[in-house]
Design a binder for this molecule. Sequence first.
Ligand code: NAP
Length: 326
Amino acid sequence: MKAIVYTKYGSPDVLTAQEVEKPRPNDHEVLVKIHAVSVNSWDWDRLRGKPLLTRLEGGPFKPKYKILGVDIAGQVIAVGKDVKELRLGDDVFGDISGCGWGGFAEYVCVPEHALSYKSPSMTFEEAAAIPQAAVLALQGLRNKGKLRAGQKVLINGAGGGVGTFALQLAKMHGAEVTGVDSACKLDLLKSMGADEVIDYMQEDFLQRGLKYDLILDVVGSRSIFDFKRVLHPKGAYVMVGGPPSRIFQLLFLGPLISITGKKMSILIHKPNKQDQNMMKELFEADHVIPIIDRCYPLNKTAEALRYVGEGHARGKVVIRVVFPPK
Ligand SMILES: NC(=O)c1ccc[n+]([C@@H]2O[C@H](COP(=O)([O-])OP(=O)(O)OC[C@H]3O[C@@H](n4cnc5c(N)ncnc54)[C@H](OP(=O)(O)O)[C@@H]3O)[C@@H](O)[C@H]2O)c1
């Protein structure tokens, strides 16, 4: 099968398209013919081995997994003998970060617990755009942030993969949402219902003098003390992503600050089939749509990663492995 392989950390230039052996499912796995796979900023970090913290999990000197890509959508084409639910021909999608990665390829073996049925009303590209980004947004707002109707919510990094899902979820729950991102993404945020938008290059949201009930932070661009200042007394700050220095700051000081009533926490990614299914239901009910900036063919995966890594993407970028018939 064709796969995009890397054996050392580096720029997208270290990726090569290779013929590798097609995997065979063990008793608890299914073999998925991948139709589409989306790119996450996590792929970008794992490609470069930066920040160094990513090497704790990804391999200290060279990558543990040779094929990146975690958010897949495709069709089941072989089934292990102990698989209970999935059948040949089922269309599925899911986050395979907990089971060996390997999405930038034509086929991958996956334990069935990681996969949800794709809705017939979704394209494979839409399904591939959902798992990690949408579940991070959902878990950040619901589990950590305890989002409620009428709250004032600020999303820092609202125009990327996680942020575009978070904005739609927050609006669906009746929140008043301010989206912060770069100028080229603000029209998109408004079109998705953002009540206020802020270009972070032009304006410092701290200077508005406003307070928020919930801040979902995808980028960790400010000190947690800055975010604390613009929280209501019982407000919550949830960090989804950020540089290691900010993550450590939050891990050590967050619990202390939280004693004062302002809850400062970090989201730890947990792939979750129920949450994937919930996002599928919200898609079917027209509450949430994946924002797909652009699609690349598998052999242009390096280009796709570069585009995401350089921060250009509005919403998600998807790799199309199988092209739908014209
Ligand atoms: N918590 C976990 O367990 C876990 C798991 C996986 C991933 N993550 C993290 O989750 C995040 C994934 O986010 P994503 O996929 O949404 O990334 P993304 O698509 O790259 O989106 C980030 C957005 O933030 C914007 N941005 C950059 N600097 C900013 C600033 N100073 N202020 C406001 N906005 C800014 C970017 O726009 P411009 O580039 O145009 O400025 C971009 O639109 C990453 O930080 C990743 O490390 C966390």
